[in-house]
Design a protein around this ligand. Structure first.
Ligand code: SAM
Length: 250
């Protein structure tokens, strides 16, 4: 069943109104008609089965038949602060991180990030990234679409780290030196509902100044194991660890 993420104003009592891309997808792409059923998710992450009552090109109406008791979100909120990687890798990271339950992704322009995003192109890129996140959330039956934030510098990111319950940086040197106990130890003290910020370096890793900056801000450098993972693997591995810890070990 197709899944659509709608703003609060699209819900009025048990009536649902879809416009724009969603209406186009239902009417033109899926060629749905009255009595067909879809799933609609609201901004608080609740999802319902909706029976279509009227399908026009630009507008589609439906009636809520049943609210669902879905539970496809991670029990912790995870923001992945991804050192800007080369080429289109970030698109793949966004897609896979969404499948793995990420709450938000913040691209971070780091010292060793090869790619320098042209501010004029950044807004267009962000729109594409948001679309990728939405499609991946639909495909993976998420109840929420991850937020894709604008590109920050590491300094800006650290300034916004205050509200997080735990801030970690996957640091390759921890991996190389065999100090693998940090992440398991830190996670053992984290409650469900906590907010976690996980910082991943770009292909070239963190500069020594960046690691000092992170440590000075009280951010824990942790190992992701003895192998050196590609930047696009590291964030996904981190999310997999969190899913294992908070969803499978329960
Ligand atoms: N250029 C670095 C080097 O040769 O040591 C490797 C950087 S690695 C390709 C990219 C990022 O993935 C790192 O900055 C780190 O955030 C993460 N990463 C990869 N392997 C890791 C590991 N074993 N432990 C912790 N972080 C790791």
């Amino acid at each position: 069943m197709q899944r659509y993420f709608l703003a609060t104003e699209n819900f009025k009592g048990d009536l649902v109104r879809l416009t724009g891309d969603e209406a186009h997808h239902i009417a033109r792409v899926m060629r749905m008609a009255a009595d067909d059923q879809i799933i609609c998710c609201n901004e608080s992450g609740k999802s319902a089965i909706v029976e279509l009552t009227q399908v026009e090109k630009e507008e589609v109406y439906g009636r809520i038949r049943q609210w669902l008791d879905e539970n496809s979100e991670l029990p912790v909120e995870v923001t992945l602060a991804q050192g800007l990687p080369k080429g289109d890798k970030l698109e793949m990271i966004i897609q896979k991180a969404t499948e793995l339950g990420v709450t938000a992704i913040t691209p971070v322009a780091m010292a060793r990030s090869i790619v320098k995003l042209d501010p004029k192109k950044a807004a267009k890129k962000q729109e594409r990234w948001k679309k990728i996140a939405k499609e991946a959330a639909e495909q993976s039956h998420r109840q929420r679409v991850p937020e894709i934030q604008s590109v920050q510098t590491l300094k800006e990111l650290i300034k916004q780290a205050g509200p997080f319950d735990l801030v970690l940086a996957a640091y390759e040197e921890e991996g190389k030196s065999g100090n693998h106990e940090g992440l398991p130890e830190l996670l053992s003290g984290v409650q469900e509902g906590s907010r976690i910020l996980f910082v991943i370096g770009p292909e070239g890793g963190f500069s020594s100044e960046e690691i000092v900056m992170l440590k000075d801000a009280g951010i824990f450098p942790v190992s992701l194991g003895p192998r050196i993972l590609r930047t696009e693997t590291a964030g996904l591995y981190s999310l997999s660890v969190l899913s294992y810890h908070f969803e499978l070990l329960r």
